[in-house]
Design a protein around this ligand. Structure first.
Ligand code: MRU
Length: 358
């Protein structure tokens, strides 16, 4: 499967070349493919905030490269560069609040700084750390794709209808994707009849990004309004809902794009299996339950306007962009360390003690 996925790879969103970070501007897709170049930590923080790059793992990877860019600038400025670098850590940490991969990646970079040996080149070391974070996310996705496909096949070996939410693909990660990585692999394994992609209001990650990624690879996909999901579960024989995550807490609760929670409730009602696919960098064992997860609220204009044109009445909008699915609505959490069935605190703790499977 690994070789097949590598051969089928078409989309990428993050490129580190010659000490410059290039990001595919996801605000413009699918109408325009424009790469933007980043040469400072401050600019990377702004790219994350404004969603040039989005998706939990992709945010973490970009922030890591942001730190490397910060190191270069602070070293060049001279003086106490490590103290000055704190400002970059701070800016990057404030860019978005919910996806814990951001804070995980910043921690990895900070730890690497702490392990610098006398005489070691800080810039080379921190650049290498960012590249390692990027590559290890790609590897994690390849491992999870295989684990997810094994689960699907175990329950039913024929082509099936799958439903997904938001964008969890190559655009949202270091490559291949989490939930969309499993879906890609399932397609290569002959297990996909059709993918139903929720449009994912209000930012439209589903219609703009997921549909684009799947069409690029010839995977049969239909776009649906988020509110059609329950009806589709009832009428289209959907066997699995497969989603990613932005933060998973110690008890197995899962924060993901707004609308995921209602999908899980509906899946349980219809006997549809619910799979969450996320690398262990998405797991936050410091938070006991989903109640503790900071949920990002974005501007009301995302709801009140379409293409910059006001479409709503003169009303106040509430725009939480993530929600929390309680662990007891989840059948499987798939990570690169293994699979947790019917997650709870004990199983999550056990999982985190395991080594990666690759
Ligand atoms: O607001 P976004 O687009 O960053 O939200 C992305 C999601 O919610 C994804 O489902 C999640 O990050 C998993 S991506 C592999």
């Amino acid at each position: 499967m690994r070789e097949q996925l590598l051969a089928a790879e078409k989309v990428k969103a993050i490129d580190w070349r010659g000490g410059v970070l290039y990001l595919l501007d996801q605000r413009l897709l699918p109408l325009e493919e424009r790469w933007l170049a980043y040469e400072s930590a401050e600019a990377v923080a702004e790219a994350i905030r404004s969603m040039v790059v989005r998706g939990a793992p992709a945010i973490g990877i970009s922030a890591a490269y942001g730190v490397a860019l910060g190191v270069r600038a602070r070293l060049a400025a001279g003086g106490d560069w490590q103290a000055a670098l704190e400002e970059d850590f701070q800016r990057l940490a404030e860019s978005r609040p919910t996806a814990v991969n951001l804070f995980w990646a910043l921690n990895c970079m900070r730890e690497r700084l702490g392990r610098l040996k006398p005489g070691e080149d800080p810039l080379l070391a921190l650049e290498a750390e960012a590249v390692a974070i990027h590559l290890s996310d790609r590897e994690a996705n390849l491992t999870m794709a295989q684990l997810g496909v094994d689960l699907i096949r175990k329950h039913q070996g024929n082509p099936q209808a799958l439903l997904t939410h938001c964008n969890t693909g190559a655009l949202a990660t270091g490559g291949f994707g989490t939930a969309l990585g499993v879906i890609r692999a399932a397609y290569l394994d002959g297990l996909v009849e059709r993918v139903y992609a929720d449009e994912t209001r209000p930012w439209l990650q589903g219609s703009r990004l997921t549909a684009w990624e799947l069409i690029n690879e010839g995977i049969p996909v239909s776009l649906n309004a988020d509110s059609a999901a329950a009806h589709l579960m009832k009428t289209k024989g959907i066997t699995w809902v497969i989603v990613g995550a932005d933060r998973i807490t110690a008890n197995g609760d899962v924060a993901n794009k707004i609308g995921t929670y209602q999908l899980a409730v509906n899946a349980m009602h219809h006997g549809v299996r619910f799979m969450v696919v996320a690398p262990s960098s998405t797991i936050d064992m410091n938070l006991e339950s989903g109640d503790d997860i900071p949920i990002e609220e974005r501007a009301g204009s995302e709801l009140l306007e379409l293409g910059g044109q006001r479409v709503a009445a003169e009303v106040e909008a509430v725009n939480p962009v993530f929600d929390v699915t309680p662990a007891d609505l989840i059948d499987y959490i798939v990570t690169e360390k293994g699979v947790v069935e019917r997650p709870d605190a004990a199983k999550m703790a056990q999982l985190m003690c395991r080594k990666r499977l690759h």
